[in-house]
Ligand binder design. Structure first.
Ligand code: SAM
Length: 255
């Protein structure tokens, strides 16, 4: 691995499968002037082919050894290196119309997705490699056991598309899980009908805090039976039965 020992704590599984790397870059289809931001460039598996098609690339990386390598390899005119934790990074500091990409560290992928979802208004699209189970949760439909807080909060803001399945052998070291590449495209502002994003986030979080319980119980003190009746929502439903649009209606009713 080019003299680098993979660090588990940084979720380092480096892509080595050229066919998969090619398929990821083709699905991103970078154009010269695009503002592309790669999260976790690592040893450059996707970085290199991305840069071949771009004037400039932004990267966010936490591992100092990898940052030192990147600095040696790429001049500042080609690459802006943002050193630090992507979870705390302010992506708005880079600009607008961002294209976010990355083979994300699986140990922080869910909190990272929630963080990135906050930037929906300045993002053109996102392409991420994730643990397959996480992608299953992202795209799950109401009524399915994988339908979760992550599904609602991402599907509210983005159109999601499952692109590529990736087996463990495509990485070094191989992860213990299957992986998949997913595309997220922000919805039109007109489609985002929640009066308050905070209220929506709060209702969804409360509902899924006890996923086996009925809404009547989890939303007790927030939404009474008259409220349920007015909204036409069955209070005996469990959080995974409620469509995204119904979460928005509940939140708007309470706003
Ligand atoms: N892109 C490379 C590839 O595909 O081979 C590396 C992918 S590896 C799964 C995840 C990368 O994210 C590593 O380079 C790791 O150091 C970096 N990373 C881990 N945690 C991070 C964090 N909190 N913020 C920024 N980068 C992080």
């Amino acid at each position: 691995m080019k003299g680098h020992v993979a660090r588990k704590r940084f979720g380092q599984n480096f892509l080595i499968d050229q066919a998969i790397i090619g398929a990821i870059v083709s699905s991103i289809d970078p154009q010269r002037g695009d503002t592309v931001v790669e999260i976790g460039p690592g040893l450059g598996a996707i970085t290199e082919p991305l840069l071949a098609r771009l004037d400039h690339l932004h990267v966010v990386e936490i591992d100092r050894d990898l940052i030192a390598r990147l600095k040696k390899q790429y001049p500042p005119a080609r690459m802006s290196i943002h050193e630090g934790d992507a979870l705390a990074f302010d992506f708005a500091s880079i600009g607008r119309d961002l294209r976010l990409v990355g083979n994300l560290p699986y140990n922080i992928s869910t909190p990272l997705l929630f963080h990135l979802a906050e930037y929906v208004s300045i993002v053109r699209d996102m392409h991420f490699m994730l643990q397959k189970e996480v992608v299953e949760r992202m795209v799950a439909e109401p009524g399915e056991s994988d339908f979760s807080r992550l599904s609602v909060m991402l599907q509210y803001r983005f159109h999601l598309e499952w692109l590529i399945d990736v087996p463990p052998e495509s990485f070094d070291p191989p992860p213990k899980v299957q992986s998949a590449v997913v595309r997220l495209i922000p919805k039109d502002v007109a489609e985002l009908t929640a009066k308050s994003q905070e209220k929506l986030a709060q209702v969804v979080q409360t509902a899924f805090s006890q996923r086996r319980k009925m809404l009547r119980n989890t939303l007790k003190g927030t939404l009474n039976d008259a409220g349920f009746a007015e909204l036409g929502i069955d209070p005996t439903w469990r959080p995974e039965d409620v469509a995204v649009a119904d979460y928005v209606r509940i939140a708007n009713y309470l706003t």
